[in-house]
Design a protein around this ligand. Structure first.
Ligand code: 5GP
Ligand code: ZN
Length: 112
């Protein structure tokens, strides 16, 4: 499968890794939208939020269990935002489920 995030997880494409465990990989976004912009992805290919199911949701819970440690390591003690874009209206550009962690500044109240 020609998936850029699967290639990053395998190490075929370099990335600024910040965290990894059995089910989760996290790395710096190549085009940061905030002083801290980290992408957290499941090591299992899941197309998007819309494809989460009972069969693969352990990867999603593993992501959310890892997020506090990732945020702490990134120095986000004042808070942060976690976002996933899904499908065309959600402006998802990479079709491998990922959660953006944004922080390091006061974020906008606006979410769309
Ligand atoms: P989306 O728009 O799908 O929610 O987010 C995709 C994100 O992946 C974007 O913020 C984009 O900057 C990031 N991205 C795309 N290709 C690469 C890459 O090769 N390396 C890294 N580190 N980030 C990428
Ligand atoms: Zn993938």
């Amino acid at each position: 499968m020609d998936c850029i995030f699967c290639k990053i997880i395998k190490g075929d494409i370099p990335s600024g890794k910040v965290y990894e465990n059995e089910k989760v990989y996290a790395f710096k976004d190549i085009n940061p939208q905030a002083p801290v912009h980290i992408l957290v992805v499941p090591k299992l290919h899941i197309d998007s939020c819309d494809m989460i199911s009972a069969e693969n949701s352990s990867y999603v819970s593993a992501i959310f269990e890892a997020i506090p440690a990732i945020a702490k390591e990134a120095g986000l003690s004042e808070g942060y935002r976690v976002i996933t874009n899904c499908g065309a209206h959600g402006c998802q550009s990479v079709k491998h489920l990922h959660f953006h962690i944004l922080g390091g500044k006061q974020l906008s109240e606006k979410m769309d």
